[in-house]
Design a protein around this ligand. Sequence first.
Ligand SMILES: [Zn+2]
Length: 233
Amino acid sequence: MNQLERLWEYQQADVEVDNLEASIRRSPKRQKLVKLRDSYQDLQKSLKQIEDEILAMVDRMDALKDAIGLAEDQLKQLQTRIQDQPADSSEGIRTFIEEAQRLSTSLNDFEQETRRIRKNAADRDRMQRDVKIRLIAAKDEFIPLRDEYDAEYKDMQAAVEQLRGKAREKLDGIEAEYLEKYNTIKQHSVPPMARLQDGQCGGCNMAFPSSVLYSIKSGKLVECETCGRMIIV
Ligand SMILES: [Zn+2]
């Protein structure tokens, strides 16, 4: 067996390893787990957002409580002022009325906002409960599936290791230079070797000129100009 033939045999074993690994990655159970994990993380994110919104509401409610207290004090002070020094001109009366109106409008606005926030806070509380329930459900679905998958994965991984061992055995007698070339080509063309088929590259169907064909047939290391694969007769 020449180097290319040995390398071809190694490639057969190497492809089997890659195929099994790819099928593990594509396993429906694994994909379902990835989906469940993603939706769990989304739920956690929205829970955090709801909690932040509730905190902001609590802060705003505190500020509103202070503002309402202040406006009520000012209104009381205005009443005392009106009683102690009743206005003696129409302009003075108008000023009192305007100030009283301004304060009661502010109070009204503050109270409306308070009611709005209370309603929003109640909505957020409901949302928070709902998200927490969904988080628990997602976890309940995730954990048994993960345990099942872990057990399967262990078996699959053992099979991968076995195939890897077989591939390693095929490396016997292959010169480092050839293996290095194989690995370099594999980074852009998989599999990295192709058969010569009717004068064409079996990887990309490029037709070889007769001088190149001659080199290939004489067992020289030839790489396809188009796809870069090593060509074997
Ligand atoms: Zn090619």
